[in-house]
Design a binder for this molecule. Sequence first.
Ligand code: NAD
Length: 380
Amino acid sequence: MQIVVLKESATDEIRVALVPESVKKLVAAGNEVSVEAGAGLLAGASDADYEQAGGKVSANREELLPKADVLPAINRPADEVLAKLKTGAIVAALLRPLDEPEKLRAFVENNLTAISLEMIPRTTRAQAMDVLSSMATIAGYKAVLLATENLPRMFPMLTTAAGTIPPARVLVVGAGVAGLQAIATARRLGAVVEGFDIRAAAGEAVRSLGAKFLEIENVNAEGEGGYAKEVGEDVMEKARELLTRAAANADCIITTAQVPGRRAPLLITTQAVEAMKRGSAIVDLAGANGGNCELSAPNETINHNGVLIYAPTNLPATIPVHASQLFSRNVTALCNLLAKDGALNLDFADDILNGCCIVHAGEIRNERIREIIQSPKSKV
Ligand code: NAD
């Protein structure tokens, strides 16, 4: 199997899809891995590191693209890249299929196979390939650091000769992978933490990290695959009221609430922001999907009455070495699923491949994506 890794083209993207450690394993398993020169430089991997791992490095993209059987990437490659791949080539990347379904057109037109890393089932067998969890872990961690860097106060309680400083109070909204990592990180730094989710099962995880679980009585919005379902306006209203009360006591709020394929739920209203103290901060990790905070704007810093609101859309890229390492291990596990005895072998009877392969042989394979594309509002 010929695996090709390119330098990512998005301006804020400095991660790389495969690091030398994984190249070594893939080559040992009988694959050939070619890497575009400079692809890993900003993620701590030089061209020499790739060569030492058994990869072939080339500065000539035109030469690399037509030979790829598999092109793992962090983000969806540009249409001009897709047009140069051979028929049947597999692109495995974060393709945002539910958010940007119209961008799948190039895969259909060029007869490519598209694997959406977001659609890998959240099952025990697929855990080693779970890019979403890897990246959410990093985002949750970094969100807390972003807050600590910008808050005018410290997180831990300190008892000093000059008196005692109370611990910071952190509210984490959405206790999935990113939220739980944010809770754990804030706790490690000594903050007093509260966590909120509409899935009742999240309560145990929140409490196990030493945080208090905030919940709405008799609400459990657990849907398919462990994800949350969209809830009605009555539940959302109760959630906003509860969070407005909690916001008044918080020095920092980290929001991570998402429902796959939907606009992120609006949970922190302007009124809640106005209830917060001056000098407090919000880090909204749902910014790319509309935001959990009414006032957040993607990749901008808003100052509302002295409350700073951040909505960074690509925090994993700010920790490129570890983000690339985890991504690369996930993608390597996926490559092992795609090959049998060193040759490409797509087994659609496999639930993992069946779940994440969204375009194959000129067809959109995923029913939900087909429905979105065929709906009158779609741009396709
Ligand atoms: P996600 O990014 O889709 O959402 C983040 C969190 O937001 C979720 O916990 C969700 O319940 C919460 N949320 C949604 N709407 C909300 C609202 N209105 N108010 C408050 N919170 C709201 O989720 P994720 O982090 O990707 O995790 C989804 C699920 O998958 C979790 O149950 C997680 O434990 C599970 N998971 C399982 C595996 C596995 O078994 N291999 C791996 C990773 C995650």
